[in-house]
Ligand binder design. Structure first.
Ligand SMILES: [Zn+2]
Length: 416
């Protein structure tokens, strides 16, 4: 869910939050003390003999389970995260908040982008099959004030239950939509409906009657208008992906929220990538993408030349270092890609280079965008600077040090 965040997007903008976790200084290899068991770091990749089976890194979540999704294995999605996932995207307007133009024309590219995005980041494990048949806006039978959600932002009063509201729109769309097999529905509302009437819909796996029989679907509708966000209303695909991912098992909003590094932390930010932890958890990333290491078995410095989660390719895109039963460090590399723009002008700033974050699968899911210590309390967070996590020099966490060697190569050392 994205409920608590919209307003605080702005609140968080100017906060320079000090690094909460130890940031090591860059130490040239030659400066290592003579008695160190490791006198010279390896210059070439030497990870192959230290690679562990991926199960070693599939940390089990056994406590602090969060209703919004699993933090560790096994994944607990509301809707499918692999295979062909059928979605309906329904542009709906109201007699008192009318849509303009032809949605079919306005959102044609969004539908294409969503499909491309899904194939690329799921590494071919998932296809979005999108039902979208709206040459005109689908007119809801009642005014915009009837379609609200009391637990969401916006209008707190529900003139009718949310599920009834969603059912009415689904029925209105039924003439032109084929709902067979639909698992998730994303509604597009005119900005005016959200701004004036607080129109919002939300629901997880509820039954809806359609001409094709009863479907069980999760529904989502709002684009920030209820709290005054002014995104480009002609582009919906990245916001839709963000919200659908929540239903598909992605907790999102981390490792640190609003950094611009992932579609899950900032739908409108410079990168629409996903975290490799969530990709791994939800069945998208496997042997091709993930290198699993175990801190206990690291007898020497490990050097890995990495691919990037923005471009993929033959190399590993994620290095995971298991610390214990519930903690792991994840190392990723960032660069420009088909869905990533290197851009440090935004709230967080996305630079090319390496980033690392810690995950505690049994930690508390703590998210409060107005709390500057939120990261330290949350089950995951970037190592180093929260607002600019690209590693300069090195970062350390619980006796593991991560040091970029050059643009694509990183060294992992055990320091205790
Ligand atoms: Zn969200």
């Amino acid at each position: 869910m994205n409920r608590s965040s919209r307003k605080s997007i702005r609140l968080g903008a100017g906060l320079a939050i000090a690094a909460l976790l130890a940031v090591g200084l860059a130490v040239p290899a030659s400066a290592a003390p003579a008695q160190s068991p490791i006198s010279k770091p390896a210059k070439t990749d030497n990870w192959a003999q230290l690679a562990q089976p991926l199960d070693v890194c599939r940390l089990k979540e056994t406590k602090n389970q969060y209703g919004g999704g699993a933090k560790g294995f096994p994944s607990r999605p509301w809707n499918s995260s692999t295979g062909t996932v059928k979605i309906a995207i329904i542009p709906v307007d109201f007699s008192n908040a009318q849509g303009s133009g032809s949605p079919a024309a306005t959102y044609r590219d969004d539908i294409r982008q969503m499909k491309k995005w899904a194939k690329f980041f799921s590494r071919g494990k998932m296809t979005y099959d999108i039902e979208f048949n709206a040459p005109k806006w689908i007119r809801a039978p009642k005014g915009a004030e009837w379609y609200t959600c009391n637990q969401c932002k916006g209008a707190k009063k529900e003139l009718q239950p949310k599920a009834t509201a969603a059912q009415q729109i689904i029925s209105a769309a039924d003439k032109t939509y084929d709902f067979s097999g639909v698992e998730m529905v994303y509604f597009i509302f005119p900005a005016e409906a959200e701004e004036k009437w607080g129109t919002t819909l939300y629901g997880r796996n509820e039954p809806y009657k359609t001409d094709e029989g009863t479907i069980i679907a999760s529904v989502y509708g709002e684009m920030g208008g209820v709290v005054g966000a002014k995104p480009d209303r002609n582009t919906i695909w990245d916001h839709a992906v963000h919200e659908l991912l929540h239903y598909q098992g992605f907790v999102g909003h981390g490792p640190s929220n609003h950094t611009g590094h992932f579609v899950s932390v900032d739908a409108w930010g410079p990168s629409k990538a996903i975290t490799s932890w969530e990709g791994f958890l939800n069945g998208w990333f496997g042997e091709n993408e993930v290198l699993c290491l175990d801190k206990e078995k690291l007898s020497k410095d490990v050097v890995v030349t990495m691919g990037s989660i923005d471009t993929f390719g033959p190399r590993k895109e994620s290095v995971m270092i298991r610390l214990n039963d519930e903690e792991i460090i994840v190392v990723e590399r960032r660069e420009p890609g088909p869905f990533t723009r290197i851009d440090s002008s935004g709230r967080g700033g996305l630079r090319a280079g390496f980033t690392a974050y810690r995950v505690n699968v049994n930690g508390e899911h703590y998210r409060d965008d107005s709390d500057r210590n939120s990261d330290a309390k949350n089950f995951w967070s970037f190592l180093g600077s929260r607002t600019d996590p690209t590693i300069n020099g090195s970062v350390q966490f619980k006796g593991v040090k991560i040091t970029p060697v050059n643009r694509t190569r990183v060294m992992i050392s055990v320091t205790d």
